[in-house]
Design a protein around this ligand. Structure first.
Ligand code: B1M
Length: 209
């Protein structure tokens, strides 16, 4: 019962059930972060595990992602409930080139928005020039990059290099399941976080807020 049933509904690839159960838990006053972390995110980890073990294939991963997104849509108003009226800073965010995973990036964007940042989401499969041009156009304080594939992580280093070559003043932040603090430090990123709430903390810290 409770958040465990949300976990089970994601694994069963049942979007309608996920929506129904998330609404039910909210109605019961269950903590939104436990619905998100123990219900939805934990289920996606299990989906990944089943994919690695050959029990799930790409279509199942896609359906699970749809179920997760449906659940997040219900949670969205609670996740972006702004705790600040004043603008905190401008963030340009995207999933790097070659990578189509966007659930974690969307969560980070949503939580930054909720914390008062102006967020420009460039979407997925974002190349280096697009990050650099958006950072210039939007006068970004932070360029935030997400990667879920080990093969797409090197693009983060390219973007950071291009930002330095263009002498942009913005800070850079990286994250995503395969990204670590050690990797972030090695490629010269200013910030790293392993989850979305941590990304908000890191963004505040980078801008001295
Ligand atoms: Co993909 N996939 N996938 N997939 N997929 C993984 C990532 C994988 C680990 C699964 C596995 O093998 N166990 C594996 C990568 C292996 C590797 O690189 N070593 C994998 C693979 C192999 C692939 C394909 C290559 C499969 C294929 O086609 N044969 C393919 C690649 C497509 C491409 O991108 N070019 C592929 C495709 C897909 C789908 C499209 C079907 C779907 C994505 C749908 C979508 O996003 N719209 C999908 C899914 C759903 C997954 C898993 C199961 C779940 C990812 C997810 O959404 N997690 C995933 C397994 C896993 O990660 N355990 C897997 C929930 C989400 C909230 O977590 O994004 O990690 P996450 O975000 C976290 C933190 O990482 C952090 O905050 C969030 C939590 O608060 N975070 C940041 C994220 N970005 C941040 C940025 C920050 C800070 C924190 O600062 C800027």
């Amino acid at each position: 019962m409770g958040v465990q049933s949300i976990f089970d509904a994601v694994i069963s690839l049942d979007s309608d059930k996920v929506v129904e159960l998330v609404k039910e838990e909210i109605g019961k006053g269950t903590d939104v972060s436990s619905i998100l972390e123990q219900g939805l995110i934990a289920a996606m980890d299990e989906v990944g595990k089943r994919f690695s073990e050959g029990q799930f294939f790409v279509p199942e991963m896609l359906l699970a992602a749809q179920a997760m997104k449906a659940g997040i849509d219900v949670l969205r108003p609670y996740l972006i409930r702004s705790d600040s009226k004043s603008k905190k800073g401008t963030v340009v965010i995207g999933t790097v080139k070659g990578d189509l995973h966007d659930i974690g990036k969307n969560l980070v964007a949503m939580m930054l928005e909720g914390a008062g940042f102006e967020v420009h989401d460039l979407g997925v499969d974002v190349d280096t020039d697009t990050f650099v041009n958006a950072a210039k156009e939007k006068n970004a304080d932070i360029v935030a990059m997400s990667a879920l594939l080990t093969t797409t992580m090197p693009t983060m280093e390219e973007v950071i290099k291009a930002i330095k070559e263009n002498q942009l003043k913005c800070k850079t932040m990286v994250g995503g399941a395969p990204v670590t603090q050690a990797f972030a430090s090695r490629i010269g990123a200013d910030g790293y976080s392993e989850d979305a709430p941590g990304a908000v903390e890191k963004a505040r810290e980078l801008l001295g807020l």
